[in-house]
Design a protein around this ligand. Sequence first.
Ligand code: ZN
Length: 187
Amino acid sequence: MTALAPLPYETPADSRDLAVMRQQLGRDMRGVVSVARRCGCGRPAVVRTAPRLEDGTPFPTSLYLTLPWLTLELSRLESTGLMAELSDRLAVDEELAAGYRRAHERYLARRAEIGEADEVRHISAGGMPTRVKCLHALAGQALAEGPGVNPVADEVLATLDGVLPDLVCRCSSTGTEEPATDEEPAR
Ligand SMILES: [Zn+2]
C-alpha cells in the first residue's frame, strides 16, 4: 500500500485538549491519538482515535467528531431524512458512489496507519461504502482529510454556514461552552 499524505490538519493532543473533549462529550474521550481538526477557536473538532481502545474494544470510528455545535447541526439534518435520500442517490449516481467507495478505502487505509483491529478490518464508518448511516462519522473524515475525499460529506457540510472551507467557531451558540478566549476553558 502506498503511504498516504499526512492528515493536513493533524496536531498533537495535550492535556488541555483532553479536558476540552471531556467537556464536549460529558465523559472522557477514549483512545485519543491526536487532534485531526480544530474548530476556529482551537478546540478539538475531530479527534483521531485508536482502532482498539485500551480495554480491547474495537473502535472503528477513528476520526471522531467532538464539536458540540456541529454535532447538533448534523443531528438536526439526520432528523430530516437526509440519510435515506443520500443512500438512495448512491444507488443510482455512479460517480457519487465511486467517490464514496474511495472515501471508504481511504478511511481504512488512514486507520491502518495507527493500528489494526481484525474485527473491524473491513468496516469503515458512517455506513460506507454503500449506505449513509451517520453524518457525524462522515463529517469527521471530511474535516480531517480536507475537501475532495468524501463527496457525500462535502455536500452535506456545504449546506451549513461557516464549515467549509474553514471551521468558523460557533462554540458559544450551543450554550455548553464559553466563547473562545485565551484562558483555560471552564471545567
Ligand atoms: Zn470553537
